[in-house]
Design a protein around this ligand. Structure first.
Ligand SMILES: NC(=O)c1ccc[n+]([C@@H]2O[C@H](COP(=O)([O-])OP(=O)(O)OC[C@H]3O[C@@H](n4cnc5c(N)ncnc54)[C@H](OP(=O)(O)O)[C@@H]3O)[C@@H](O)[C@H]2O)c1
Length: 351
């Protein structure tokens, strides 16, 4: 039997599948607020007790806060306290040159207010451009907030190995880094995993189902032409291209499907479970618009892949050149294929 939870820091235990929140920010179809709150609680009941959101996911902190408040009303404070909510702090690209303590404190207090809590379980810090040096100072201001009790745990998202070593070296007690890590994208294993093992840093991984590409829906399908249904698919299609292209991807899907048949689960479940087998991986973060996929993803926590399963996936990997570079380095090139599709100033005009 697999462990359904993992200790991220002393006394702080999270579910190994985290409910991703970005799909609730709009752009993936209309959101019925009451239904969304019910869906979030259904995920909690299925064992997805940890949630991922961000200061820049419009309306999502409020939505998850409403689910937590409903849990508190209907089941008591103890149940609500066992729902862990991870948010992010993503300073706008245009603010990086002038960022100061007040800016950081303002965003943290805004998240506290939107979530309706007195302490944030986790703040994951993102920085768009290393040519601005303020990220270590910013982490220091977050550490002050942790000492004051406004934040329980500090994490990062999308930093590379060099900068994470710099942040840890400055004495910031990081517990986790959120990053892309999947059967298609193994960049974290290249350099960062060794540093993480040495420093006791755990990974929270997104992209494990590649926006839905890693599912039966795409098995045996011809390569899709642009435009794709949403920005997430555009992003993960680039990862498929870098992984080795559509034909190799189809062979990977067929392999995952065959493994799934042996365990009576689907491709997406096998794909997320594979990421959970990687060193330093504490959890996968899987996005979903509603209950259907969110509840299905609870099965990931019970699937134990065998040596044979892992060897079959490794045989496909042996044919892949692998996505290039360190964590998020492709995405940081704002003029490149991966970076040019990103939005860089989403905190602008926040309320
Ligand atoms: N730190 C960062 O920079 C960053 C970047 C990206 C994402 N994230 C976080 O990570 C979360 C997940 O990442 P992601 O949204 O990029 O990609 P993802 O989890 O790989 O893909 C989510 C999509 O896959 C579909 N899906 C989910 N489970 C499925 C299943 N069991 N079978 C078939 N399809 C399934 C969902 O479809 P339906 O909507 O139809 O359910 C959803 O639209 C986000 O919600 C967000 O919280 C963080």
């Amino acid at each position: 039997m697999k462990q359904r939870t993992r200790e991220l820091a002393a006394g702080y235990r999270i579910s190994r599948v985290i409910r991703g929140g970005w799909q609730l920010a709009g752009g993936h179809g209309a959101i019925d607020r009451d239904q969304a709150v019910d869906d979030l609680i259904a995920a909690f009941d299925a064992g997805l007790t940890t949630y991922d959101c961000a200061d820049i996911y419009t309306g999502v902190e409020e939505l998850i806060g409403a689910a937590r408040a409903q849990l508190a009303r209907t089941r008591g404070a103890r149940a609500a306290a066992s729902m862990h909510i991870h948010t992010k702090l993503v300073p706008d690209l245009d603010k990086l040159a002038t960022i100061n303590r007040d800016y950081i404190r303002g965003i943290v207090h805004q998240s506290l207010k939107r979530l309706g809590v007195e302490q944030l379980d986790m703040v994951q810090f993102h920085w768009w451009d290393y040519s601005y040096p303020g990220y270590v100072d910013a982490m220091g201001w977050l550490e002050e907030l942790r000492h004051e009790g406004a934040v329980r745990n500090l994490g990062t998202t999308n930093f590379d190995t060099l900068r994470l070593a710099e942040i840890i070296g400055a004495g910031i007690p990081l517990v986790s880094q959120q990053l892309q890590y999947s059967v298609l994208d193994q960049r974290p294993a290249r350099h960062l995993a060794a540093l993480a093992a040495e420093k006791g840093l755990q990974f929270l991984c997104y992209g494990t189902v590649a926006g839905g590409f890693l599912s039966e829906k795409w098995l045996g399908q011809p390569e899709p032409a642009s435009p794709l249904e949403n920005r997430s698919l555009v992003k993960y299609k680039l990862i498929i291209d870098d992984f080795g292209g559509w034909d190799l991807f189809q062979r990977l899907l067929a392999t995952l499907a065959a493994i799934g048949r042996r365990h009576n689960v689907d491709i997406a479940t096998v794909a997320s479970a594979w990421t959970l087998t990687r060193p330093q991986v504490a959890a996968v973060i899987v996005g979903a618009r509603n209950q259907a996929h969110a509840l299905a993803n609870a099965k990931v926590m019970d699937l134990v892949l065998t040596g044979e399963d892992l060897a079959e996936i490794a045989a496909i990997h042996a044919e892949s050149p692998g996505v290039a570079g360190d964590v998020y380095s492709l995405e940081r090139d704002r003029n490149g294929r991966h970076g040019s599709i990103m939005h860089y100033n989403l905190n602008d005009g926040r309320t």
